[in-house]
Design a protein around this ligand. Structure first.
Ligand SMILES: O=C(O)c1ccccc1NCC(=O)[C@H](O)[C@H](O)COP(=O)(O)O
Length: 220
């Protein structure tokens, strides 16, 4: 039985950070995109940092950020991984990550006309250093870049790629078990599906989501 890693994204409050950690999340995401309702400024991350324990990864999420913006966020708190969720090229992702000496994950926003070949090609551009992981987070194409609570057609994910991606986009307590059983991803990522409101997480939904993922791990 392999264990699906879990990222809870869009953390803005200490109680939500603690709820994610208590539920067993492997990672928590901080959105450094000012247009997001889940935006946290670097100064806010500095306030939250003490609530993030060792062995839970902080993920810094950016949309077309400048190097200075990435540097400021990484300097503010425990950001172990960068997530690029805008229109960043492969070269831009690599340069930003190298400048702050952090690994990165690239969000690929899946459209209705996205093909398996598109995803295979994308992996070749963003091949991560890890043997475990492609470097790709597969989310649903939306105008607002992300955090929209919309599901894409998981059947487009090639079987050989599935164990090496983060599955994201519209996950919820209701679809988590089915998503993990069907895709068997390296990790899952969720934001809207565990919220009481934009940027306000619901501890019961977080715990229920983790339980649903663990239930799928146990049967597949
Ligand atoms: O969460 C946001 O507000 C957001 C805004 C702009 C770009 C990305 C954003 N979130 C990125 C994430 O990793 C989300 O967890 C992912 O898009 C899935 O969100 P959801 O469909 O709400 O679970």
């Amino acid at each position: 039985m392999s264990r699906t890693r879990i990222k809870i994204c869009g953390i803005t409050r200490e109680q939500d950070l603690r709820a994610a950690v208590d539920a067993g999340a492997d990672a928590v995401g901080f959105v450094f995109y000012p247009k997001s309702p889940r935006y946290v400024a670097p100064a806010r991350l500095r306030e939250l940092a003490s609530a993030l324990p060792p062995f839970v990864s902080g993920v810094g999420l950016f949309v077309n950020a400048t190097l200075d913006e990435v540097r400021e966020a990484v300097a503010a708190g425990p950001i172990a991984l960068l997530q690029f969720h805008g229109d960043e090229s492969a070269d831009a992702c690599a340069a930003l990550a190298a400048a702050v000496q952090r690994p990165f994950v690239r969000a690929y926003r899946v459209r209705p006309d996205t093909t398996a070949a598109d995803l295979i090609e994308s992996e070749s551009q963003y091949r991560a250093a890890s043997a475990w992981f492609s470097g790709l987070l597969l989310d649903t194409w939306v105008d607002a870049y992300g955090g929209a609570g919309k599901v894409f057609d998981w059947s487009v994910i090639p079987k050989e790629l599935a164990p090496r991606v983060v599955l994201s986009g519209g996950l919820s307590v209701q679809n988590a078990t089915g998503a993990v059983a069907q895709v068997r991803p390296f990790a899952v990522d969720i934001s809207s599906g565990v919220e009481a409101g934009k940027g306000i997480k619901d501890a019961r939904k977080i715990a229920a989501f983790v339980d649903a993922v663990r239930a799928a791990d146990a049967i597949t």
